[in-house]
Design a protein around this ligand. Structure first.
Ligand code: ATP
Ligand code: MG
Length: 362
């Protein structure tokens, strides 16, 4: 028998429920590897980078952290942020730093109904919601450009500038990514989201790029929708969407709305991809560190386990990814649910149930 393909994974649980849900995902991935008949294996290294690490060291990650991470096949991330550290410091010092330095320009956030979970939207059992939000993850509103204290006129007169950066190359690559993804889905449609009536430079460049790229995909249906109208559409006509592509900020907001519509923020999975594969990609649940429930075993691990499925998919293990997603759904359908989705199961009980489903299937 040949040696298994071993994937080197950096685990960064970071803060709050991050530790609980990353542990859940690791358990599930290790069980799948053990059951793979020696086909694949995971070699984990865990890093303590977090707000607690910041309090001890004054840094969110080790000084050579990026160099260390570069050698991994992927990063499995929990959640960053804790009330003891300002959010912009913790976010920029760890998560956004990794995203930007490893050119993870595509952030994929699938949103769909889970059988057995009540959505605030679900009008009938057969109502449909199955989208992927594709988020531009390298520039836009999160480019980090601007400054404080620009007026020089002292207290009470501060002026701050926050600039969004849009490049034609940045717009084009994420829009093409969205079209390529749409071609693989049952509904071949891409909805592009901007606010180009009010933001007349970058967002107009985005719209024009979308129109141009769309010509290369005549088989894919398209629409351009303003973000305010799209928020309404998420609620009123969810069945009309398939792939939704938007800038960094707009897609962030829309994907939180999407996961809430699916039933809970705790369900939502995501991948920060470096599609060029020059750097490791990062897989993480959409939710934050949830200080209100952290450390109590109440966190829903579905988003983190779903992110593990996205990682399997990234490694070319499509059948295993589909199997894992089906196991998450079967667990919910069987009523093993954490409190955020109306149940009273603990994190570990959901994880055990997912493992049970996986072990029963051939
Ligand atoms: P961030 O700024 O990092 O996105 P946030 O402020 O948006 O964080 P979260 O930490 O995601 O907030 O929490 C928002 C709400 O969702 C909280 O009430 C939290 O308890 C709940 N929540 C988040 N993740 C989970 C989870 N995995 N399971 C259950 N509830 C969750
Ligand atoms: Mg949030």
């Amino acid at each position: 028998m040949s040696a298994p393909t071993t994937y080197k994974i950096a685990a960064i649980p970071a803060d709050g429920v991050g530790a609980e849900v990353v542990a859940a995902g690791r358990t599930v991935l290790d069980a799948m590897a053990a059951a793979s008949g020696g086909t694949f294996a995971f070699d984990w290294t865990e890093f303590p980078w977090s707000c607690e690490y910041y309090t001890r060291t004054g840094r969110m990650m080790a000084e050579d952290g990026l160099d260390v991470l570069r050698d991994f096949d992927a990063i499995y991330f929990g959640a960053v942020g804790w009330p003891s550290v300002p959010d912009h410091i913790s976010l920029w010092g760890l998560r956004l730093k990794i995203c930007q330095n490893f050119d993870q320009w595509a952030n994929i956030r699938p949103v769909h109904f889970h059988p057995g979970i009540t959505s605030p939207l679900r009008k009938a059992d057969d109502a449909d919601l199955d989208w992927v939000v594709v988020r531009e993850n390298s520039e836009g509103e999160y480019a980090g450009l601007g400054g404080r204290n620009l007026s020089g006129r002292g207290e009470g007169n501060e002026v701050a500038l926050q600039t969004a950066l849009f490049t034609e190359r940045g717009c084009e690559r994420i829009i093409r990514f969205a079209f390529d993804l749409a071609r693989e889905r049952p509904r071949k449609k891409v909805s592009s989201v901007t606010k180009s009536n009010a933001q007349q430079f970058g967002m107009v460049l985005w719209d024009e790029t979308f129109t141009r790229v769309a010509r290369d995909y005549p088989d894919v249906e398209t629409e351009s929708v303003l973000v305010d109208a799209m928020a309404a559409k998420f609620v009123l006509k969810p069945e009309d969407l398939s792939v939704v592509v938007a800038s960094n900020l707009n897609a962030d907001i829309l994907s939180d709305l999407g996961s809430a519509l699916a039933g809970s923020l705790g369900l939502a999975a995501s991948a920060n991809l470096n599609p060029d594969r020059r750097f490791p990609s990062m897989f993480e649940p959409v939710h934050g560190s949830a200080p209100d429930i952290a450390g109590r075993g109440l966190a829903n691990p579905a988003g983190a386990i779903g992110s593990a499925a996205l990682m399997l998919d990234h490694f070319g293990l499509q059948a295993e990814a589909a199997r894992l997603n089906a196991a998450i759904e079967a667990t919910a359908a069987a009523g093993v649910l954490t409190p955020d989705v109306g149940g009273n199961a603990k994190t570990d009980e959901v994880t055990e149930a997912v493992l049970g489903v996986l072990s029963e299937w051939p």
